[in-house]
Design a protein around this ligand. Structure first.
Ligand code: SF4
Length: 339
């Protein structure tokens, strides 16, 4: 079976080129076509000799997932439904905001983690995405954006990125590489529900990347209700693993907290959250729950939101508040289901 050309790091391409006694500068030419000119079709790489293009064609696959559907939200977010080589489907979301264009990428087809607020969880896990299927999402969006720049990448689409950690790490290395997409580490965020052994593995990998944790409650029993995986990975151990990550990382950890009416906005919730975050160098990102017909949770009232935000102001961590984007096209947090 052929390797995919987006599956390999520039050094691996170099090795191959040397192994077939081609000139060193061919590596640069190929990478330039792919990552600067957004060209994956070997026959259009016209600076390469015809026979060499044939060799590439025989060695590497250049399949790109197809865009099956594109939906534009009232707020400008765009949800893409992509079909993979085995006909499974994933979604990714482009979120424009002033001068920023953020791409929310998927890391798995479905997810095994069963968070109660998440539509992806209802699909179960079909499979992990391959490295090239992750990199291809950036490739496709750059083609779509034409001259506009992609500024940020967040692994908050379908799947738990840490459950596909090795492929996510390799994809990020390609995305960050100076001969790849040249993305700064500060513009890439991996979001996790809190898989402790994988946070340790990520820490040990020395990959430079931002980390976000979907917290949603700092009370163990409530978090278990919402996110059953936290029975296996309790808050106290999660906190230790995050402190260790932070020691090695130059970026503060972001905690995502989705406000749900009469569930996680009360006094005891606020007290527990303050105590949990108190000694971690972090940011808190508060998001209002988007009501979905098939789920039992309700959005909090404006007063509940106001009280919550006010009571968080005394934290030393930066607190940001945002409304979920793309809810009218089911592209907001927890709504991706590739239907
Ligand atoms: S929220 Fe994330 S980790 Fe939880 S089920 Fe959904 S995709 Fe998986």
């Amino acid at each position: 079976m052929k390797n995919h050309i987006l599956d390999i790091l520039p050094d691996e391409l170099k090795k191959y080129i040397f192994s077939i006694d081609e000139k060193k500068y061919r590596v640069k030419q190929i990478l330039n076509w792919i990552y600067n000119n957004n060209e994956l079709n070997f026959s259009r790489m016209t600076t390469l000799p015809f026979e060499f293009r044939e060799k590439l064609f025989n060695k590497f696959s250049n399949f790109l997932p197809g865009i099956i559907k594109k939906e534009v939200s009232r707020d400008g977010s765009v949800k893409y439904l992509l079909e993979l080589e085995d006909e499974l489907r994933i979604e990714m979301v482009l979120i424009p905001n002033k001068k920023k264009n953020t791409l929310c990428v998927s890391s798995q087809v479905g997810c095994a983690r069963e968070c109660k607020f998440c539509a992806t969880a209802k699909m179960g896990l079909k499979r992990n995405l391959k490295v090239y299927e992750i990199v291809a999402q950036i490739f496709i969006i750059l083609q779509e954006l034409k001259k506009n720049k992609l500024t940020n990448i967040v692994f908050m689409g379908m799947g738990e990125p840490l459950d596909n950690l090795q492929n996510v790490i390799k994809a990020i290395k390609i995305i960050q590489h100076n001969s790849g997409f040249k993305f700064s580490p500060r513009r890439i965020t991996i979001s996790t529900c809190g898989i402790i052994p994988k946070i340790k593995e990520l820490t040990e990998s020395n990959l430079k990347v931002k980390l976000a944790v979907s917290l949603n409650s700092a009370i163990q029993e409530k978090r278990e209700e919402l996110m059953p995986m936290s029975r296996q990975y309790p808050l106290s151990d999660l906190k230790k693993s995050l402190i260790d990550f932070r020691k090695k990382s130059s970026f503060r950890i972001t905690f995502e907290y989705v406000l749900i009416k009469n569930f996680n906005t009360g006094k005891e919730d606020i007290k527990a959250l303050k105590s949990f975050l108190g000694d971690i160098s972090c940011k808190l990102n508060v998001i209002v729950w988007n009501e979905v017909d098939t789920m039992p949770f309700k959005a909090p009232s404006e007063q509940e939101v106001k009280n919550f935000i006010e009571s968080m102001q005394e934290l030393s961590s930066a607190v940001t508040f945002r409304k979920s984007r793309g809810s009218d096209i089911s592209a907001a947090c927890g709504q991706l289901a590739a239907e």
